[in-house]
Ligand binder design. Structure first.
Ligand code: CUA
Length: 173
C-alpha cells in the first residue's frame, strides 16, 4: 500500500502530539507538585460529625508545645461560615509557622486565603492539612470557593497576622 509522503508526515506529527499531550498530563499529575489531601491529614472518625473528633471540638488557634513560633489552627468550614474566621478572625503572630487543619461538618466548602496560594477543599470526612509560614503582619480574606448552598457567596472570613507582642494564644473559637 502506498502512503503519500505528506500523509505519513501528518500521521507521525499527530502521534507525536498525542504523546506530548499524555506527557503534559503525566507531568501535571506527578511532576508539578500538585497533591491531594495526604493520608497523614487523617480521616475524621465520623464523617457526619467531625466535631466529635477531639481536635475539632474546640476549633481555634493552638500553640504547639515545645516548639517556638509553631501553631496549629483547626477550622471548621460550614454553611455559611468559617469557625474560627468569620465571627472572629483567625489570629496568628508574624514569623510563625502554622499547620492549618480544615474540615467540614456538612457539605464541600473551599478554604482560600485570598492573594496567597493557600487554597484547599474542606471535604466532609476528610481533614485537609496545610503548613503555612506567615512572615509579616497582614490581613487576609478567606473565601469559600466551592458552591455550598444558598448563602455560599456570603461565606467569608479573615486571618490577621499580628505583631508577636499583641498576640495571645487562647485556643477555642
Ligand atoms: Cu461554603 Cu461556598
Amino acid at each position: 500500500m502506498e502512503i503519500h509522503r505528506y500523509e505519513r508526515l501528518w500521521t507521525v506529527a499527530a502521534l507525536l502530539l498525542i504523546v506530548a499531550f499524555i506527557g503534559t498530563v503525566a507531568y501535571g499529575a506527578l511532576g508539578a507538585g500538585v497533591q491531594m489531601v495526604a493520608d497523614d491529614g487523617g480521616t475524621v472518625a465520623d464523617p457526619q460529625s467531625p466535631t466529635d473528633s477531639p481536635n475539632f471540638q474546640e476549633p481555634g488557634v493552638y500553640r504547639v508545645d515545645g516548639e517556638e513560633n509553631r501553631y496549629e489552627v483547626y477550622v471548621l468550614a460550614r454553611q455559611f461560615l468559617f469557625q474560627p474566621g468569620t465571627s472572629q478572625p483567625i489570629e496568628v503572630p508574624a514569623g510563625s509557622t502554622v499547620d492549618l487543619y480544615v474540615t467540614s461538618p456538612d457539605v464541600v466548602h473551599g478554604f482560600e486565603v485570598a492573594g496567597t496560594n493557600v487554597n484547599v477543599m474542606a471535604i466532609p470526612g476528610q481533614v485537609a492539612k496545610m503548613t503555612v509560614e506567615f512572615e509579616e503582619t497582614a490581613e487576609y480574606g478567606i473565601v469559600c470557593n466551592e458552591y455550598c448552598g444558598g448563602a455560599h457567596h456570603t461565606m467569608e472570613g479573615q486571618i490577621r497576622v499580628v505583631q508577636p507582642s499583641e498576640f495571645d494564644a487562647t485556643g477555642g473559637a
